[in-house]
Structure formats: structure tokens, C-alpha cells
Design a protein around this ligand. Structure first.
Ligand code: ADP
Ligand code: MG
Length: 625
């Protein structure tokens, strides 16, 4: 029970720390120096916690996050001097400016995956600086802006700033905690772990990333407004400093990026460290050196950061008890309601469904080449509503690549793909997911650091905005996840890390995950590959059961007995295109197929089958032989 008891300790410790920090100026109102050190730690904490939303949760590292601090300071300072209003009141406007800048930059850059983002974030910082230097009429250029001195007594000069930053830090942490608990948060972690997979299960990755980036700007912008007033002087070099950006990253890395409290802990460590270096080490030069050394040490010895390292050590000393147990019980109690809702969804889906036997998926002349290699070569394929269609063929014949073209993991060089009558080959993967197209992967792609439960709630069946703020471990979606886990027989693993499950179990979890999309067509890529025989039977049973309920399947599989038993029709692929299609019996006897794939092992079987009309079950035939 120790780990369960340890979990609520973090908010308790945070609350206690907050209380002590809130009391400090009351106890010692006339000590500006320690107050300054602390309020700068709060400020760094606000920035590191915010940065963590895009760079920790979603994994998109920003090296220019101090741009938002500068934007907030400048906006607030300019408006305050124009309107002669106290800057503290205008600080939220600084937050809005930061949000607008982030939304604009993000919605352009975050369409693409990967490293372009890092570069652009630095560019944003430098561009803001250049703007502040050159737009003299607004910013007063390099001469900077001087703000009025605060009206309150200089004996308690820092106290209002102290509370402003402490309050903002608290709000930022609450905001980050809230995001982490929503489906938006789960989606961001999914993006960090496997962006392609996230898109395949309906996560609108671009929208998620832009939202995260925008959310990560707001509190920094507000804090910037307060900070400018605290400094009473702004200049472009100081306001848009790359060193501040690096400090933010360092703080988050030291404490533990991707965790809730890590960036706060890191901010205190880095701020105190840098203060000590300035006082004892002789000025800001030593600070840069210190950052460099700290960064190297963290990367080498604390790659996950302080907090996760301590947590891992704690878990090793106090071996895990299964978490989420209470949650499991609570979810079970409410599962009846889910069933009702499920009925609604299904009814809604059926209203625009394709009639049984009609083409649900049509691939016409699809092609994909990798350099000189033609993986899919003008393939045609039709999957009819209500069938379990098999796609078999030798390794390397292009089956997985065809799946990628269908679900949007790769774009086709040529051809046309229709799903339920709609052209989908130019659609984003998540749109295809929302239409009811789901897939599993040849090598499972679960989000391994997430729990099984979180893996199941990560998919998004549609693009409604309110999905984003739905709870990830509570609410109807979570209950549905519970039901699906029960369905595949893995409910007792709900709270386990997905990576800890056996390979076959992971395949089942991935199937349950796809079912969260309420798909009408599921593409299974080698569902029985590498799975022990008893689970193979379970998988076949599940497919059959879902098929009876109206779900259509396209199955790539090398387990021929399973294919012949489960699937009809069977399509045979060779060198990137279909060479035969028909009911299992016909395929088994087709000489083209025997040559291209099944081989001689099946040949005598085929000829004996021709004379032996009684047995259609392949296992049965083998026994007779
Ligand atoms: P199958 O699933 O039928 O075994 P694949 O679709 O995985 O076949 O692969 C078909 C061919 O395309 C193989 O020769 C494979 O090496 C190649 N291929 C698949 N994916 C890629 C890729 N991302 N880059 C380059 N070549 C690839
Ligand atoms: Mg394959």
C-alpha cells in the first residue's frame, strides 16, 4: 500500500510548501534580498512549468520560450505608459499577446513534425528582439522603456511582486495539472511517444500541438508584464535573452521534464544555484559556466531529471502495489451507463452505414515507391461491408505499406482510395480515424510509458472540441475503456504500464484501443504474429464476435489455418499487387497462389482436397492426410 499512500503526497507537499512561502513575507517583511531570490525562482518556475506543457508533455522542445516573457513585458510596459495604468493590472494583456504570437507561429510551424520547431522557436526570439530594437516609435529601440516606480512603500517594495509571482506560479501548476488530466494531456503524451500512431487513432496532432504551445505561452506572458514592472526598465537585449530561454530548459530538465512538479523543483535548484554562483563565483560569467556544467551533468547522470529519479528509487525500495484499484471498482459500478451510450453511438453510425455486401473500402491503382523499390504497384482491393477479408502474401509484398496508404501513415504516389463512398487518400490520418477507419500495427505501437487505461482513452473518435477537456481517467470515455478491456479479457491490467505487458497482451490492448474509435473497418496487421497459440485463438474469437456485431475487418496474417478459418474472401498479394481473390477454398487450390506464396507444403493438400469433398476445415484435412 506504500505507493498508493505516496501518490497523494505530492499535492500535500506542494500545498505545504505554498503555505510556508506565502507566510514568509508576513514573518519577514523587510528582507528584500531573500524575497528577490525567491520571487525570481517563482518566475523561473512559471516559465519552466509552462514550457513543460509543449516541450515536456508533447516533446516539442522550444529553445526560445523567453520570447513570451519579453512580449508580455513590452506589451504591458507600452500600454501602461500610454494609458497611465498600473502595469500589474495590464499584465494579463501581456499574456494575451504571448498567446496570439504562439498561436500564429505554432499554427504554421507545428503542421510539420520534428526539428523545424526548435529552430523556429529560436528564430521567434531573435525576431522579437530585432523588432524591439528597430520599431523605435513603439519600443523606444535600444534605449529601452523606463516604467514608473511602484507607489507602495520601498520598505516592502518586493512583497507585492513576491505574491504576484507566487500566485501565478500556483495557477500555472494547477493549469498544467488540469491539462495533464484531460484527454488533451493524454494526447500530448501520445504525440511525444509516437506521433504517427497518435494520428492513426484519431488524435488531431496539429491542433493538439498548437493548443499546447499556445497554452504554454499565456502565464509566461502575464508574468512578463509583472516582471517588467519589477525591473522598472526594459531593453531588447535583456527582455529577449537566449540565456533566459536556456535557463528555462535547464530548470525543467533538472527537475524532471514531463512531470508536473519537476519543473518547479528544478526552477528552485537552478535559481539558487545561479544566485550562489553570482555571489560567490564572481558575477554572471560564472553563471554561464555553471549552466553549461549543470546541463552536462544532468544529461549524463540524471537523464530523466531529479524527481523521476527519486520516484524510481522510491519504487525500487517499496515495490509496487497495483495502483488504480479503487478507480477500477468505481469504473465498474458505472459501466451500465456506458452501455446505454454505446447504443446511441452505434445507432448514429448505422444511420449512414454501407449496406452489407457493398464495398466499404475501395483501393484503385494505389502505388508507393521507396526510391527505386516499388512497394505497392498499382494495387486494387475491395473490402465489402460485413466481411472479414484476408490479405495474404510473402514478406515484402507490400501489405503493410498498403495499410499505411489506407490509414494515411504514408501518402500514395498514385491511385485512389475510397472509404464508405468518400475519397480519403488526401485526408489527414486522424480524419480517416474519425470516419471509422482503425488499424493495429504489425509490431504493436502502444504508448509504453502510459498505463493500459491511458492507452485506451488516448484515441479520439471525432473532432469535437469538448473531447479535449474530457477527463482521461474518469468520465464516460474512461468507462468505455474499462468495458473494452473487459471484452479482451485484460481488465486487471488497467493500471499497469503498457510496456510491461507480454507481446500478445499488447496486441490485445492495441485492438481494444482501436475499438475506442468505434470503427466500422479495422485493419489488422499480423494480429497473430509472435503471439502464443492460446492468445491466437482468443484473438480470432474476438474478431469473429465483433464481425457478428457488424464490424468489417481486413486482416494481414501468415497463420494460414487461422486465415482459412476466419476469413472470406482471401486476397493474395505478390510484388505490390493482388494476384488472386476468392473464397478460402478456391485460394487454397489456386496454382498461382501456391507458386507465389503458399508453396509446396500446401500442394498435396490441395490435390487431396479436390477428391475429398467432405472436409472443408484445413485442420481436419491435415488430420485425414
Ligand atoms: P509486407 O508487409 O508485405 O511484408 P511491406 O509493405 O512491409 O511488406 O514492405 C514492402 C517493401 O517495401 C519491402 O521491400 C520493404 O523493405 C519496403 N519498405 C517498406 N517500408 C519502407 C520504408 N519506410 N522505406 C523504405 N522501404 C520500405
Ligand atoms: Mg508487413
Amino acid at each position: 500500500m506504500k505507493t498508493m499512500a505516496a501518490l497523494p503526497r505530492a499535492p500535500l507537499a506542494a500545498g505545504l510548501a505554498l503555505l510556508l512561502l506565502a507566510l514568509y513575507p508576513v514573518v519577514r517583511p523587510y528582507s528584500p534580498y531573500p524575497q528577490t531570490v525567491l520571487l525570481l525562482a517563482f518566475l523561473l518556475g512559471i516559465q519552466a512549468v509552462s514550457w513543460n506543457i509543449i516541450s515536456g508533455y508533447a516533446g516539442y522542445v522550444s529553445l526560445g520560450h523567453s520570447a513570451f516573457l519579453g512580449l508580455g513585458s513590452y506589451t504591458t510596459a507600452i500600454l501602461a505608459s500610454k494609458w497611465a495604468v498600473n502595469p500589474l493590472l495590464l499584465a494579463p494583456v501581456g499574456g494575451v499577446t504571448a498567446v496570439v504570437a504562439a498561436a500564429l507561429v505554432g499554427s504554421v510551424v507545428l503542421r510539420a513534425r520534428g526539428h523545424a520547431f526548435v529552430i523556429i522557436t529560436i528564430a521567434l526570439l531573435l525576431a522579437a528582439q530585432v523588432f524591439a530594437v528597430n520599431f523605435r516609435s513603439l519600443t523606444n529601440g535600444s534605449d529601452g522603456i523606463t516604467l514608473p516606480l511602484p507607489p507602495w512603500s520601498r520598505y516592502i517594495q518586493n512583497v507585492p511582486f513576491y505574491y504576484a509571482f507566487l500566485g501565478l506560479l500556483t495557477l500555472t501548476v494547477l493549469f498544467s495539472a488540469w491539462i495533464r488530466r484531460t484527454k488533451l494531456g493524454t494526447g500530448l503524451i501520445a504525440i511525444r511517444e509516437d506521433e504517427g500512431k497518435a494520428a492513426a487513432i484519431g488524435v488531431h496532432t496539429t491542433r493538439y500541438k498548437v493548443l499546447a504551445y499556445t497554452a504554454s505561452a499565456f502565464f509566461i506572458g502575464v508574468a512578463g508584464g509583472v516582471y517588467g514592472y519589477f525591473l522598472t526598465f526594459l531593453n531588447p537585449i535583456g527582455a529577449f535573452s537566449i540565456l533566459t530561454s536556456v535557463t528555462i530548459v535547464l530548470a525543467a530538465l533538472v527537475g524532471g521534464r514531463g512531470t508536473l512538479y519537476g519543473p518547479v523543483v528544478g526552477a528552485f535548484i537552478v535559481q539558487f544555484g545561479s544566485e550562489a554562483a553570482t555571489v560567490y563565483g564572481g558575477g554572471s560569467q560564472s553563471r554561464v559556466l555553471l549552466y553549461g556544467i549543470a546541463l552536462v551533468l544532468v544529461v549524463l547522470f540524471l537523464p530523466t531529471g531529479l524527481l523521476p529519479t527519486v520516484q524510481a528509487w522510491w519504487r525500487r525500495r517499496h515495490p509496487a502495489v497495483i495502483e488504480y484499484t479503487d478507480q477500477a471498482a468505481a469504473l465498474g459500478r458505472r459501466s451500465a451507463r456506458v452501455r446505454e451510450q454505446e447504443g446511441d453511438v452505434r445507432a448514429a453510425q448505422e444511420s449512414h452505414a454501407v449496406a452489407p455486401g457493398e464495398p466499404l473500402l475501395e483501393v484503385r491503382g494505389a502505388a508507393k515507391r521507396f526510391g527505386g523499390l516499388v512497394a505497392v504497384d498499382g494495387a486494387d482491393l475491395v473490402v465489402r461491408q460485413g466481411t472479414v477479408t484476408a490479405l495474404i502474401g510473402p514478406n515484402g509484398s507490400g501489405k503493410t505499406t498498403l495499410f499505411n496508404l489506407i490509414t494515411g501513415g504514408m501518402s500514395a504516389d498514385a491511385g485512389e482510395i475510397r472509404f464508405a463512398g468518400q475519397r480519403i487518400d488526401r485526408m489527414q490520418p486522424w480524419r480517416r480515424g474519425h470516419l471509422g477507419l482503425g488499424r493495429t500495427f504489425q509490431v504493436t505501437r502502444l504508448f509504453k510509458s502510459m498505463t493500459v487505461q491511458e492507452n485506451l482513452v488516448a484515441p479520439l473518435p471525432d473532432a469535437r472540441w469538448r473531447n479535449l477537456v474530457a477527463g482521461s481517467v474518469s468520465g464516460p470515455q474512461a468507462q468505455r475503456a474499462r468495458e473494452l478491456l473487459e471484452f479482451v479479457g485484460l481488465e486487471r491490467f488497467a493500471g499497469h504500464r503498457a510496456g510491461a505487458l507480454s507481446y500478445g497482451q499488447q496486441k490485445l490492448v492495441e485492438l481494444a484501443q482501436v475499438l475506442m474509435l468505434e470503427p466500422s473497418l479495422v485493419l489488422l496487421d499480423e494480429p497473430a504474429g509472435g503471439v502464443n497459440p492460446s492468445l491466437v485463438g482468443r484473438i480470432a474469437e474476438i474478431v469473429r464476435e465483433l464481425n457478428v456485431r457488424g464490424m468489417t475487418f481486413l486482416v494481414v496474417e501468415h497463420n494460414i489455418p487461422m486465415v482459412l478459418e476466419l476469413c472470406d474472401p482471401v486476397v493474395v498479394f505478390s510484388r505490390g499487387r493482388a494476384i488472386a481473390e476468392g473464397p478460402p477454398d478456391a485460394i487454397r487450390d489456386n496454382s498461382l497462389v501456391l507458386d507465389a506464396y503458399l508453396g509446396d507444403e500446401w500442394r498435396p493438400l490441395a490435390s487431396s482436397a479436390a477428391t475429398d469433398s467432405g472436409a472443408s476445415d484445413p485442420a481436419e484435412r491435415r488430420r485425414r492426410r
